[in-house]
Design a binder for this molecule. Structure first.
Ligand SMILES: Cc1cc2nc3c(=O)[nH]c(=O)nc-3n(C[C@H](O)[C@H](O)[C@H](O)COP(=O)(O)OP(=O)(O)OC[C@H]3O[C@@H](n4cnc5c(N)ncnc54)[C@H](O)[C@@H]3O)c2cc1C
Length: 441
């Protein structure tokens, strides 16, 4: 490997939102950067796919905020989202969040009892945390079953940090919902924790799909992005990151920024076994079944959570209620989220069978679903949600502070091993890049 010079670039692994945020920020500070992206595409989890027949499928993210769009200079290309709402399907009917819960005496009584329980012990697991914050009824019937379906693990094996990431102030939620009704904006709730939520932060959607935001950011640094170039190794001298290996070639780096999932980061990093504990961290794979249907407004809300164990999915989302342009007029798209393991029956199930399975259960919410069904498109990812198991909680907390290796930063949703959405990815990555600039200048 050649000797590093002042002009030696900072190497960035991945051209999703976190990698592009890093690249743009550092380039603006006059620091040379080189981005390696494993796949042929930019945007990672924030991609959209257009089918030739007028449907657009978002891979993961659907909703960004006007504040994120403004921060990346993309407001003019974004459209305000006209409608947003969430419900929970409980005992055969929808319960609107948050007002519907307040109308269920059982939930209110158990939430009050939990608040009054001054002798409650400090929670040790996610299950204890939910019961302490929401009361036993809401925790056992709603919060815990949904958490278990999305994590694929029992709530009493999960850390309390699972709950701590969820907004709990019902009063604040009421206030934000109400201010949204008055301003006719879809005020974002639970989408960002780094900056305060407020009536001035609402949902927008980029023209051309969610991936257009990353494409816009990439325009500023396109000359230094190399796609189809997986980083095979991160080189260290035992204490400090010194470079990477790509396509068999060693490339020196002033610093390395990884957005790769942390169990992969552990495998990539050579010359030290400091990151070995990360190799046991788990992510929850997901299958997204996009059902094409005749009609519009088939669900009671944009997002309907289905905590009932009888459902193979834990959430249905009718995106065209929020973004009518994602489906042709008179048609709609309902996405079912199914948690699974790579290689299990759900993961391997043929697409048309998955469509039929989801349809069978969607009929409980949409009685005439069968006659409206017009096929499906299935997307799969092995890496949708970080799973916060208590068994590696001490290592996760230590990793939150730093990788432990000088000049090696791990950023982004999978890179931080944090269940964060795009605005948090952006601000948190910027914060870490400010730290890096101080370190190297
Ligand atoms: C189901 C789902 C729904 C979501 N909904 C929303 C939403 O509505 N709103 C919202 O704001 N956010 C949402 N999110 C979160 C949002 O998608 C992510 O926070 C964001 O896209 C993460 O960006 P990232 O750059 O951290 O990671 P990624 O997008 O995963 O990018 C990482 C990149 O690194 C590349 N890479 C990995 N390993 C290597 C390697 N060795 N060499 C080179 N390249 C490599 C990958 O190919 C990838 O392109 C959702 C996420 C999911 C899973």
């Amino acid at each position: 490997m050649t000797k590093p010079t002042v002009q030696t670039p900072v190497v960035i692994i991945g051209a999703g939102l976190a990698g592009l945020t890093s690249a743009v920020y550092l380039r603006r500070q006059g620091i040379p950067v080189q981005v390696f992206e494993a796949s042929p595409h930019l945007a990672g989890l924030a991609r959209s796919f257009e089918s030739g027949d007028g449907f657009t499928y978002d891979f993961g993210a659907h909703f960004i905020t006007n504040r994120l769009a403004a921060a990346v200079g993309f407001s003019a290309q974004c459209i305000n989202v006209p409608r947003y709402g969430e419900s929970f399907w409980l005992k055969g009917r929808p319960c609107r969040y948050p007002f519907g819960f307040a109308q269920r005496p059982k939930f209110v009584a158990s939430a009050i009892a939990a608040k009054l329980n001054v002798i409650a012990k400090k929670p040790a697991t996610a299950a204890d945390w939910f019961r302490g914050k929401y009361g036993r009824a809401l925790a056992d019937e709603v919060a815990i079953p949904i958490t278990e379906a999305w994590c694929g693990a029992a709530a009493d094996s999960l850390s309390t940090a699972v709950g701590e990431k969820i907004p709990v102030s019902i009063l604040k939620t009421f206030f934000l919902r109400l201010s949204g009704k008055l301003s006719r904006k879809t005020v974002a709730i639970g989408y960002c924790t780094t900056l305060p939520e407020s009536a001035h932060v609402w949902h927008v959607y980029p023209r051309g799909g969610i991936g257009a935001l990353c494409q816009h950011m990439a325009d500023e640094v396109r000359d230094c992005i190399q796609t189809e170039s997986p980083v095979e190794a991160i080189l260290t001298d035992g204490k400090r990151a010194t470079g990477v290996r790509v396509k068999g070639q060693e490339i020196p780096a002033t610093a390395v920024i990884s957005t790769a999932p942390v169990h992969i980061l552990a495998k990539l990093t050579q010359g030290t076994d400091l990151l070995q504990p990360l190799s046991k961290f788990r992510y929850r794979p997901m299958v997204f079944v996009n059902l094409r249907m005749e009609g519009r407004g088939l669900l009671s809300d944009v997002i309907v959570w289905t905590p009932g164990k009888e459902f193979p999915f834990f959430r249905l989302t009718e995106t065209p209620l929020s973004m009518p342009w994602l489906a042709p007029e008179g048609k709609t798209l309902i996405t079912a989220d199914l948690g699974c393991q790579v290689g299990d029956d759900i993961w391997k199930m043929p697409d048309d069978e998955l469509g039929r399975l989801c349809l069978l259960h969607a009929k409980k919410l949409i009685p005439d679903a069968e006659s409206r069904y017009d096929g499906c498109r299935v997307l799969r990812t092995p890496l949708a949600y970080p799973v916060y198991l208590n068994e590696y909680e001490p290592e996760r907390k230590a990793f939150e502070k730093s990788t432990g290796i000088e000049r090696l930063y791990s950023v982004g949703r999978n890179g931080e091993f944090a269940h964060i959405l795009m605005e948090d990815v952006f601000w948190r990555t910027r914060r870490k890049m400010r730290q890096l600039v101080k370190e190297i200048q």
